[in-house]
Design a protein around this ligand. Structure first.
Ligand SMILES: NC(=O)C1=CN([C@@H]2O[C@H](COP(=O)(O)OP(=O)(O)OC[C@H]3O[C@@H](n4cnc5c(N)ncnc54)[C@H](O)[C@@H]3O)[C@@H](O)[C@H]2O)C=CC1
Ligand SMILES: CCCCCC(=O)O
Length: 517
């Protein structure tokens, strides 16, 4: 269990369920436990190819080698999931809920430990990592509650006949995660799947493999049958094996649009259900009657959470021309004040980006923006913390770009880093046309004090997750997902039950067959 992980750390082992005390510091962690998990315990992979290192973004150190799974390991994990499905699908919703609630309780007790490991592997601040762990726990609690309500319908028909429906699970579901919210994504996918009676094989991003296995251990500790939730490590090869596997009924994917298209294509070979949570380049509209203080805070929430590595970020910030100077002055001031540094420190609000290559990619977008005529109002530079152990980390200063135009690359393409592009507008009609001028449609936001305008604008925004006078607030009771090329299906909310179950209709004849022949 996590205790074994703790014992593998160079620091003194942390007893399981330790009080929420700080036990880790950046640069102190070596992970020596296996990172695959199926049939109820951690496993090593015999696959020899595609071995790559996993890094600690805060320091640039190697955390551990990744042990990717090949066909043999994927088959073992799917077999374990099939076996668990046989038992789990026949349990009642109340029985499933009991185990899920216990898992949520364990997560709550181990919040600090899980959050710290998430920070070490992802680079985000401990402040945010705790909130991610909370979201994961709340999601499991929410779907545990829904598990107890799952039911079909009775339809009375003529002549005393009737029909009823049975809400049934799909079978073995696959989850494929991105690297920006590793533990949260693992929970957002497994919670509805398990609540509906399915089992799951989850593949985290190879960049952040560590915490999804903690969730597997926690489900096992909570009493889940062996094989209910399994974790296989690897990259696109492992993901492809899962998508093609004949015993997989559904693929729930979180990642980029190009990969999402491949997932959909592979799943189509077996006509498998898909959920696609893909990329975005979302607009945030700030009208002249906004509360500017809140609009500025909203723009910061829309651009700089998780070092800007958030799919739903409102990175195209459209500001009415009448308040543009006041907005720009305040947003630049607050962006410059964001504390960058060791993500395990309480004072840090911007940690390290997830990898050296991703940092360089984000910085190249800033360079391109300058070439295309944007003005760097602040940030956009590599950052080297004063602490020597952080010198090899992947840091940059959060960036605000001004004088942007709709044709610029920084306005058209997803950067997935701490780069806010500020644009001005004059009329509601104009800004709606520009906001919707994208193939993507994940999220959108509007700040205004005019309640009619707020709901009129949201009605016309072509996005799946919209915010009025706030941004990036994602309660698990509310569906999350995109329009257009930002995806298919939803995560969270009641509707997601539809994406992890299927209805069987049963007609019951109470008279004789009235044959036409
Ligand atoms: N809509 C949402 O909720 C979210 C969307 N994203 C998007 O994800 C992207 C960044 O995350 P990345 O991990 O870099 O995305 P990615 O698409 O490169 O990888 C995502 C996952 O897919 C796997 N994968 C890659 N190629 C595959 C293939 N051919 N077959 C099967 N699996 C494959 C990867 O190993 C990883 O686990 C951004 O575009 C971001 O917008 C990220 C988080 C949330
Ligand atoms: C603000 C939280 C958004 C979660 C969606 C993502 O994984 O990027």
């Amino acid at each position: 269990m996590l205790h074994r992980l703790a014992t593998s750390l160079r620091r003194p082992a942390v007893p399981l369920f330790a009080a929420a005390v700080r036990c880790l510091s950046s640069g102190s962690v070596d992970i020596k436990v296996p990172l695959n998990f199926w049939a109820g315990k951690r496993r090593t992979s015999q696959e020899k190819c595609n071995k790559e290192n996993v890094y600690e973004p805060a320091t640039g150190r190697v955390l551990c080698p990744l042990e990717p799974c090949g066909a043999a390991e994927v088959n073992q994990a799917v077999e374990a999931a099939k076996s668990a499905f046989g038992h789990w699908s026949k349990m009642s919703g109340m029985e499933r809920a009991k185990i899920m609630i216990e898992a949520a309780h364990i997560i709550e007790r181990r919040r600090e430990e899980i959050a710290e490991i998430e920070v070490v592997n992802n680079g985000k601040s401990i402040t945010e990592a705790r909130l991610d762990v909370d979201s994961a726990r709340l999601c499991i609690e929410y779907y545990a509650a829904l598990a107890t309500t799952l039911a079909g319908q009775h339809v009375q028909l003529p002549g005393g006949s009737f029909a009823y429906t049975r809400r049934e699970p799909l079978g073995v579901c696959v989850g494929i995660g991105a690297w920006n919210y590793p533990f949260q994504i693992a929970a957002w996918k497994s919670a509805p799947a398990l609540a509906c009676g399915n089992s799951m094989v989850f593949k985290p991003s190879p960049v952040t493999p560590v915490t999804a296995v903690l969730l597997a251990e926690i489900y096992a500790m909570a009493g889940a049958p062996e094989g209910l939730y399994n974790v296989v490590q690897g990259g696109q090869e492992t993901g492809s094996l899962l998508c093609h596997h004949p015993d997989v009924a559904k693929v729930s994917f979180t990642g980029s649009v190009p990969t999402g298209k491949k997932i959909m294509e592979m799943a189509s070979k077996g006509v498998k259900h898909v959920t696609l949570e893909l990329g975005g380049k979302s607009p945030l509209l700030i009208f002249q009657d906004s509360d500017v203080e809140n609009a500025v805070k909203g723009a910061l929430m829309a651009n700089f959470l998780s070092q800007g590595q958030v799919c739903s970020n409102g990175t195209r910030v459209f500001v009415h021309k009448d308040i543009l100077p006041e907005f720009v002055e305040e947003v630049v001031k607050r962006t410059r004040a964001i504390e960058i540094g060791d993500p395990l420190l309480e004072s840090t609000r911007m940690g390290a980006l997830v990898s050296r290559s991703h940092l360089e990619r984000v910085l190249s977008f800033v360079d391109q923006a300058k070439k295309e005529g944007a003005t760097v109002l602040c940030g956009g530079e590599p950052f080297v913390p004063s602490d020597p152990k952080l010198r090899g980390g992947y840091y940059m200063t959060p960036c605000v770009l001004g004088n942007c135009t709709d044709e610029m690359t920084c306005v058209k393409e997803e950067i997935f880093g701490p780069v806010m592009s500020v644009l001005s507008f004059e009329s509601e009609e104009e800004v709606l046309l520009r906001a919707n001028d994208t193939d993507l449609g994940l999220a959108a936001g509007v700040f205004t004090s005019d309640v009619k305008r707020a709901h009129r604008v949201v009605e016309h925004l072509k996005a799946g997750s919209c915010f009025i006078n706030n941004y990036n607030i994602t309660p698990v009771e509310v569906p999350f997902g995109g329009f257009k090329m930002s995806g298919i299906g939803r995560e969270n909310g009641q509707v997601t039950i539809e994406h992890y179950s299927q209805l069987k209709s049963v007609y019951v004849e109470m008279g004789d067959v009235d044959s036409l022949f």
